[in-house]
Design a protein around this ligand. Structure first.
Ligand SMILES: NC(=O)c1ccc[n+]([C@@H]2O[C@H](COP(=O)([O-])OP(=O)(O)OC[C@H]3O[C@@H](n4cnc5c(N)ncnc54)[C@H](O)[C@@H]3O)[C@@H](O)[C@H]2O)c1
Ligand SMILES: O=P(O)(O)OC[C@@H](O)[C@@H](O)[C@H](O)[C@H](O)CO
Length: 384
């Protein structure tokens, strides 16, 4: 069995590649980082180190890699694959679509069997978004043909994998916790299950619970941590006031989730406590710049801050900490992050109100708009 996985980065090697290899797949990574591709081709194996007291090591073998810029090679790999997965970043999905589409054309011409394509990104409907990009490269007739044998089930993935600083360029240090949830209702019936994946009939509660709790809390830790001058999530969370604001943000999103999905309030409180423990794992060092990366994406309407805030507002629930998180995101400065640079340029050019409207899609007439702008001005003033 062969799996093609796009993105041999932290989550690609540290989570998806590991699970698929353990499940018996040969994993072919497709990546545009030529040095990484070369290392994988030569070693054909790598290690995953768990961030626990024992520093357990897991060996991943039967892997190789191809250059993601070589469209013919990518297409051939997809044509021969039994499974395709991705962890490239949701904004990169459009860039891998042409190679996948070409691979699907080959499969259809050869009469190949059914295929699942699973985007493992932090986004609602990641695989559905990838499908739209891939179908953009296919004719209507090809789309109709593909829809009979190719499925794009959405997924939620959870494992904290920070930036790596190991001597071995392939080794990856990951937290012990992991959760990979796949929407079985979008799969081809009768497909064998893969050990390590949790299959569900309705994914929405799982992806929203993950994005609105883990990722909302995480980005608030990053943005407030960065604001107060901390370099890592661990340092930020060691600061009592920052840790309290992170917890309060997760309690706000928790109230939304409990109300919308009928989650048990006690169980959800335990889920929050578990995540707070994960954030302070002493065996990991996670840079606030990584966790806060791409602030424009994180401020977008369907992402971890704005979507739960709008839902909370609709339900008459408090949003004070979520809007504070958005205000702190506007103050996120990272010279090597193009979205952070763009955000600061917009704040200079069109001001806070215009920037909030542009990126969150919350218009000036909405009460949350003024709340975000006011909190931004207060944070900015307190800094000077
Ligand atoms: N790191 C985590 O803790 C974590 C956890 C859950 C989900 N995720 C999600 O997984 C995705 C990847 O995150 P990451 O932390 O592994 O990032 P990463 O930067 O470590 O890995 C991304 C990889 O994709 C590669 N890439 C970029 N463009 C490509 C292309 N056109 N074709 C093939 N490969 C390409 C990059 O070279 C890189 O190796 C993101 O959507 C992220 O939100 C990350
Ligand atoms: O990957 P992003 O940029 O969407 O979010 C940064 C982190 O919050 C994220 O990578 C978490 O570590 C991960 O989602 C944990 O499962």
């Amino acid at each position: 069995m062969k799996a093609v996985h796009f993105g041999a980065g932290n989550i690609g090697r540290g989570f998806i590649g590991l699970i698929l290899s353990q499940a018996g797949y040969e994993v072919v990574f497709s990546d545009v980082n030529v040095a990484l591709v070369e290392h994988l081709r030569q070693k054909k194996a790598y290690t995953v180190r768990l961030a626990n007291e024992a520093q357990d090591i897991l060996h991943v073998d039967n892997v190789t890699a191809i250059n993601g810029n070589n469209l013919d090679e990518v297409a051939e790999a997809v044509a021969q694959a039994d499974l395709v997965t991705t962890a490239v970043g949701v904004n990169i999905l459009r860039h891998i679509a042409a190679g996948i589409a070409k691979g699907l054309e080959l499969r259809m011409a050869r009469g190949a069997g059914p295929l699942h394509i699973i985007a493992c990104e932090n986004a609602i409907g990641g695989s559905t978004q990838l499908k739209a990009h891939v179908y953009g490269h296919l004719s209507l007739e090809q789309q109709e043909h593909a829809s009979r044998s190719i499925a794009f089930p959405d997924a939620a993935v959870d494992r904290i994998v920070p930036l790596q600083q190991n001597d071995d360029p392939l080794e990856v240090r990951v937290e012990p916790f992991y959760e990979w949830v796949v929407d079985e209702s979008q799969m081809i019936p009768g497909t064998p299950r893969i050990a390590g994946i949790h299959y569900v009939d309705i994914l929405e509660p799982y992806i929203e619970r993950k994005l609105f709790t883990v990722n909302a809390g995480h980005c608030v830790a990053a943005y407030l941590g960065s604001y107060y001058g901390f370099a890592t999530i661990q340092d930020a969370m060691a600061n009592g006031p920052v840790a309290a604001l992170v917890r309060q943000t997760m309690e706000e999103t928790g109230a939304v989730l409990v109300k919308r999905y009928g989650f048990d309030a006690e169980e959800h409180a335990a889920y929050i406590r578990q995540i707070l423990d994960r954030f302070v794992n002493p065996y990991l060092t996670d840079d606030v710049k990584r966790v806060g990366r791409s602030p424009i994406r994180k401020l977008s309407a369907n992402d971890r801050l704005v979507r739960p805030a709008m839902q909370a507002f609709e339900l008459g629930l408090p949003v004070k900490y979520l809007t504070l998180g958005m205000a702190a995101a506007l103050l996120f400065v990272a010279a090597d992050d193009p979205e952070a640079v763009q955000l600061q340029a917009d704040l200079q050019a069109i001001g806070a109100s215009g920037t909030v409207t542009k990126y969150t899609a919350i218009g000036e007439e909405h009460p949350l708009h003024a709340a975000i702008v006011d909190q931004y001005e207060q944070l900015k003033k307190a800094k000077t």
